[in-house]
Design a protein around this ligand. Structure first.
Ligand code: NAG
Ligand code: NAG
Ligand code: NAG
Ligand code: NAG
Ligand code: NAG
Ligand code: NAG
Ligand code: NAG
Length: 842
């Protein structure tokens, strides 16, 4: 906790001192996913799983309806309309035993590396695909006839085209028959951007300067700039990667390790290399820094490009995480770049390396003509430079020594779109959707390091996360994301298989409010249900409000769904009136007899929590009508109504509830001499609790939250949840007679004893759903039985207490009464005979 806080402060400092003048704070840039969809709630998900592993390479041919998948030891051809329909074709392509043995001899990992990991799958021509695999550290490539889809007998050497290492950053494209790849190929070789399958094979320059510095590539994008180009400019291939920065001496970084920076580089498609200088090398290589949020500490994870039909409107969406310096803190950022700004950087001034000072600095000298690094344009041709081979030596020498541009590429609007804590985004894919309001919205699908998908819509320069989806039961990184417009599907490649998800599941939204609040551009309310926009003929009848997310529904359309439930309890009992908000952005408000319950009730009768209203120590006059509303984005919808009846307790004497409810009380009065032993034991346990609680608090604060978000953490009174259990503190039960003082009102939390272990998979994020809780007795009418799903954490028998902390802790443990209460009630049910008073009637 402490380290995290200090890291965060440092990070803020870095942002303040070195970052870009940001108009929006980190808080503004964060977003809470509105809906949480756990694995078991996925609908219409289709999975393709076979004998293979590592389904990392995806090639979608949307018009043909085929998704090709490159995995470890196999290539698959799947029907993209339903990848699980059993009609797939398989081409096994395993590394030969000899090559595997070689690989083992080289000391490689026989569990992961000494296999044939298919890393490249690209369409070559109308009949063939081109594929490359690592082939147990001996890369091979081949041509695959897509009609036959059988393993060919002829293979090409792949060491110039495909990395040896299956985990190495790699990107490859086939453009007009030529193969453009970027990676670090061999184990010890330098990273390189190469062109193969072309009469001029090209590479990057390595002397005297390395154009690439320990680069880890994530993506490459072809931008067809030659189309309708009045200047006769050329098509370009853009590369995105992270590399060691040579150009800056930053004060914060330690000198031994140059900070890593994100880069964009580009080459021209028609580059033929130089004649004498830069022979077989790119003459058009240029690179610039890609800045997002925290300069020098960003690691690029993925880039997705979109163009609206014209290359000039190309935008790149990039996902970043913080680099190793901040490893203990997980932060991801999403930035958007316009191609015009990338081009502006490449048209700006150059950087130069000063041998004397061993530093890069801005180059202010003369720039030769034609401009170094530019493609051959009409103007160049007019001057007699028909190809890069005609370029003058001065230009080529300049190119050789000036690969880096001075200007950095800043995100569009100057700010990141999203900065998200406790998430590692590994993949990004973007769909452009026309909404009812006529605007076009970009819907981002962001894959996380632990197998979740965040679906978000970009509204202006704000990101609204529509939902977070648990795509895999076992946490694993999302390795690839592909969108099919045709199938309106998202394909997710991972270690264990390929998942097909519909781009939208509008039916999940059950009311007009819900449908509108979702702000999902794929969805609209048709008066009866929330429907897929694309499947609806008469769109004018639909209600949708992506821009504001609160307009169009009639006020009462949501009210009908909430039916009244009756609750009857005995005086002195506690009762929980559950009111679970489907939306993580909704705030619950309660009306009792038509008057709003405030967080600061004053009398301590009602306690507001994220999953319900807790009424403690009920008195006869607490009977009445309790209504729970969900308030979100200015809308208020009724979620639940309860009629609470409190009956006078017939058997229990009017003593303080803690006394009558305590198992210890009975014990102490019946066996007076056993009391001393109890007290001694309790005191010892109490001391233990204290120690453990400190540990627990620490761990629970670190624990990641998933599914339960407390809205508006900064504004909400952080103490609301913390105050609630004070009157029910278990400690009191045991220490009623003398040491109430040990646990004053500050003793608060009752959490399962397994909590420390539950927090350990901090890397894996959401834990798999634990086994169902023990069934509660049927006569248990306090409202708990209706919510078995909320008792998930309640399957351990050892519980302990936590002391109140001043620190506003964002642990999920502080947000749910249910667990605390159910434990209290669990204990009580043994001591107090509750007659079967009432069922939850609907
Ligand atoms: C995929 O499945 C659909 C529905 O079963 C079928 O109509 C279509 O022809 C199949 N596509 C391919 C490429 O096999
Ligand atoms: C991998 O190597 C280990 C130890 O060298 C050996 O025990 C294991 O059987 C090997 N596994 C395979 C799949 O070859
Ligand atoms: C596609 O390329 C393959 C491999 O070079 C070749 O055998 C095949 O004839 C080509 N097909 C067409 C239609 O050009
Ligand atoms: C392949 O999958 C296995 C687990 O299924 C994993 O351990 C390994 O790291 C993966 N390899 C790559 C290159 O992703
Ligand atoms: C460039 O092409 C033009 C027309 O094809 C030709 O006249 C000229 O000699 C060429 N220049 C060089 C340097 O090759
Ligand atoms: C909804 O209710 C609010 C106040 O309760 C009112 O101002 C608004 O006009 C109503 N809207 C509709 C569409 O009925
Ligand atoms: C609600 O109203 C009923 C009847 O008017 C009253 O008896 C009860 O005490 C009220 N309950 C609360 C909590 O104010």
């Amino acid at each position: 906790m402490r380290t995290n806080v200090s890291l965060y402060l440092m990070l803020l400092l870095v942002v303040m001192t070195m970052g870009y003048p940001s108009r929006r704070s980190a808080m503004d840039l964060d977003a809470t996913p509105r809906m949480t969809i756990v694995y078991n709630d996925l609908t219409a998900a289709r999975r393709f799983i076979s004998h293979a592993q590592n389904y990392t390479t995806l090639l979608l041919e949307d018009e043909k309806g085929i998704l090709y998948v490159g995995a470890r030891g196999a290539i698959f051809s799947l029907n993209s309309s339903n990848i699980a329909d059993g009609s797939h074709r398989t081409m096994d392509w395993e590394a030969s035993p000899e090559k595997r043995a070689d690989c083992l001899k080289k000391g490689k990992n026989n569990k992961t590396e000494c296999y044939n990991h298919v890393r490249l799958l690209q369409r070559l021509n109308a009949t063939h695909l081109y594929a490359c695999g690592t082939y147990a550290f001996h890369p091979l490539c081949t041509y695959i006839d897509t009609n036959k889809f059988t393993l060919p007998s002829h293979f090409e050497e792949g060491k110039e085209k495909c990395p040896y290492d299956p985990a190495r950053g790699y990107t490859g494209l086939i453009v007009d028959g030529s193969l453009y790849t970027a990676t670090r190929y061999e184990f010890r070789s330098l990273p390189d951007i190469r062109r193969n399958r072309h009469q001029r094979i090209l590479k990057t320059e390595e002397s005297p300067l390395h154009w690439l510095n320990d680069a880890e590539f994530v993506a490459s994008v072809l931008v067809r700039e030659s189309v309708n180009s009045p200047v006769g400019d050329d098509d370009k291939i853009y590369y995105f990667f992270t590399e060691r920065a040579g150009e800056e001496s930053t004060t914060i970084s330690d000198k031994t390790q140059a900070p890593r920076v994100a880069r964009v580089a580009r080459v021209c498609k028609n580059d033929l290399g130089g004649k004498k200088i830069l022979q077989r090398k790119w003459t058009s290589f240029m690179k610039a820094r890609l800045a997002c949020y925290i300069p020098y500490y960003e690691v690029l994870k993925d880039v997705y490009s979109l163009d609206g039909g014209d290359w000039r409107s190309t935008i790149f969406y990039a996902a970043f995480t913080l680099s190793a310096h901040w490893r203990s803190m997980e932060v991801s950022a999403i930035c958007r770049y316009n191609i015009s700004e990338v081009r502006a950087a490449f048209e700006g001034t150059y950087m130069e390396y000063q041998d004397s000072s061993r530093k890069w600095s801005q180059y202010n000298g003369e720039v030769p003509e034609p401009r170094p690094g530019s493609c051959i344009t009409n103007r160049a041709r007019k001057s007699g430079y028909n190809s890069s081979q005609d370029l003058p030596n001065g230009v080529l020498d300049f190119v050789k020594l000036h690969p880096l541009m001075y200007e950095e590429v800043k995100p569009a609007d100057g700010d990141p779109l999203l900065v998200k804590k406790n998430v590692i985004y590994t993949q990004v894919a973007v769909d452009r959707v026309q909404a009812l309001d006529g605007h076009v919205y970009d819907v981002l699908f962001l894959g996380t390091g632990n197998g979740w998908i965040h679906k978000a819509v970009v509204i202006g320069s704000v990101v609204h996360i529509i939902e977070e989806i648990q795509a895999f039961r076992v946490p694993q990184p999302v390795e690839n994301l592909v969108i099919s417009k045709q199938q309106r599907s998202l394909y997710v490649g991972s270690r264990s298989g390929v998942l097909q998800l519909p781009c939208s599941t509008c039916r999940r939204y059950t009311s007009c409010f819900d449908c509108v609040l979702a702000r999902d551009p794929y969805c609209g309310w048709d008066g009866e249900s929330c429907r897929e926009f694309a499947e609806t003929q008469d769109r004018t009848q639909l209600i949708q409000d992506v821009l504001h997310g609160n307009m169009g529904c009639w006020n009462d359309s949501a009210q009908a769904t909430a039916m009244q439930k009756n609750r009857t309890v005995l005086r002195g009992d506690d009762v929980l009136l559950p009111c679970e908000q489907a939306s993580n952005l909704a705030r619950a408000t309660w009306l009792v007899n038509g008057t709003e319950v405030l967080a600061e009730d004053g009398q301590g009768r009602f306690h507001l929590g994220v999953d319900g209203l807790l009424v403690t120590d009920t008195q006869l006059e607490y009977s009445g009508e309790f209504q729970c509303y969900a308030e979100e984005n200015g809308l208020r919808a009724l979620v639940a109504t309860y009629a609470l009846t409190v009956l006078p307790a017939p058997l229990v004497p009017p003593a303080p509830p803690t006394v009558s409810l305590s198992p210890w009380h009975a014990a102490s009065s019946a066996y007076g001499d056993a009391k001393f032993i109890y007290i001694a034991a309790i005191t010892v346990l109490g001391g233990l609790c204290l120690v453990l609680s400190v540990v627990l608090l620490y761990v629970s604060c670190l624990q990641k939250r998933r599914g339960k978000y407390s809205l508006g953490v900064p504004q909400a009174p952080s103490s609301v949840e913390l105050q609630t259990v004070s009157s029910n503190c278990l400690g009191k039960g045991g220490q009623e007679d003398e040491d109430l003082g040990i646990y004053p009102d500050s003793c608060l939390q009752i959490i399962p004893g397994e909590a420390p272990t539950a927090t350990s998979p901090s890397k894996e994020g959401p834990p798999a759903p634990p086994p169902p809780p023990p069934p509660l007795p049927a006569e248990f009418t306090n409202g708990i039985t209706t919510l078995p799903n909320m008792l998930r954490k309640m399957n351990g028998n050892s519980y302990m207490l936590l002391r109140q902390s001043e620190e506003p802790c964002t642990s999920p443990l502080y947000n749910s009464f249910t667990e605390e209460l159910s434990k209290i009630l669990e204990k009580r049910k043994h001591t107090q005979l509750v007659e079967k008073l009432d069922e939850s009637s609907v």
